[in-house]
Design a protein around this ligand. Structure first.
Ligand code: GLV
Length: 325
């Protein structure tokens, strides 16, 4: 019996490709070309499954052109590149990679917070430029992290990982805002207090964004929200581009209306708003919050296992929708 055909849309760990090849006829993209929507649609022809990353858009047009498709497994926890209702309507199962990246991503949230508050990259650029000639009492004096107040917007798995580190590792006061409140037990565990978004923005020393992207969360932080923040505050975005209005943020940073920002994700990435590249008080990283070797491997394996399990056992491990077979 011939193996089902799948597409692996981007380069992936060779050992994961190897395990997929045991079960599937695989078309891969180890050259890691970034395909246009038309090219992705064309490559999808004849494939019953696909492994994608957050960069590939699965929408109604692609689904219509590929009625044979049955499952798309995203190698990401975020899935705003999927039109899930359109996938459900087309009978295509969608899956993502939750849990395996929670702690690694929360670690990186803290890495960005520390680098931002303590001006790590700004001071490194100064040193590399040969500008360091003497020690000074206030050189690159930043803001305190331990004992300060963190405001977390989005209290899902990663938000809770940040809260745990903040409360128990850094003795921080934890405020959070979320669509729904945590149970009293979880609030106790993270020593977290639920507040309105405005109160959080007005009181936090450090604001951390960990909310999924959707039409409702578009520009969760824009000019009006930045105006509520303290001039000494920092903002960290490890969620998605589009959660922050990057142009408004660049202006607020330039005018020192907030102290600094740390960004792992950008509107229209991999393009970065040019104004962010010229303000010194921002730490910029290329969407790497989940990128430890073992976590990226675990994500790739989970995406692959979703495909394998769907075709061998009739169900995926971490589905986002229910489809009728
Ligand atoms: C990365 O951004 C992810 O959603 O996993």
């Amino acid at each position: 019996m011939s193996k089902p055909s799948i597409l692996v849309a981007r380069a992936i760990f060779p050992e994961v490709l190897q395990s997929l090849s045991q079960v599937f006829e695989v078309e891969s993209n180890q050259a890691d070309e970034v395909w246009s929507a038309a090219e992705l649609t064309r490559r999808m022809q004849g494939k019953v499954g696909a492994l994608t990353t957050g960069s590939e858009r699965i929408d109604a047009a692609l689904l219509q052109a590929n009625p044979q498709l049955r499952i798309v497994a995203n190698m990401a926890v975020g899935f705003n590149n999927f039109d899930v209702p359109a996938m459900t309507a087309a009978g295509v199962l969608a899956s993502n990679t939750p849990d395996v990246l929670t702690e690694t991503t929360a670690d990186f949230g803290f890495a960005l917070l520390m680098a931002t508050a303590r001006r790590v990259t700004e001071s490194e650029h100064y040193l590399r430029a040969g500008l360091w000639t003497k020690w000074s009492y206030d050189m690159f004096a930043g803001s305190e992290v331990h004992g300060s107040t963190i405001g977390i917007i989005g209290m899902g798995r990663i938000g809770q990982g940040i809260a745990r580190r903040a409360a128990h590792g850094f003795g921080m006061k934890v405020f959070y805002h979320n669509r729904s409140r945590l149970s009293a037990e979880l609030e106790n565990q993270y020593k977290a207090t639920y507040v309105s978004k405005d109160e959080l923005l007005k009181t936090a020393d450090h604001v951390m964004l960990v909310v999924p992207y959707s039409a409702e969360s578009h520009h969760t932080i824009g000019a009006a929200e930045l105006a509520l923040m303290k001039p000494t505050a920092t903002l960290v975005n490890i969620a998605r581009g589009g959660i922050v209005d990057d142009a408004a943020l660049a202006l607020a940073l330039r005018e020192k209306r907030i102290a600094a920002a740390g960004l792992d994700v950008f509107e229209g990435e991999p393009k970065v708003h040019p104004d962010l590249l010229t303000v010194p008080n921002v730490v910029l990283t290329p969407h790497i919050a989940s990128s430890s070797i073992s976590t990226r491997l675990a994500m790739a394996n989970l995406a692959a296992d979703n495909l394998i399990s769907f075709f061998t056992k009739g169900k995926s491990l971490t589905p986002l929708n229910t489809v009728v077979a």
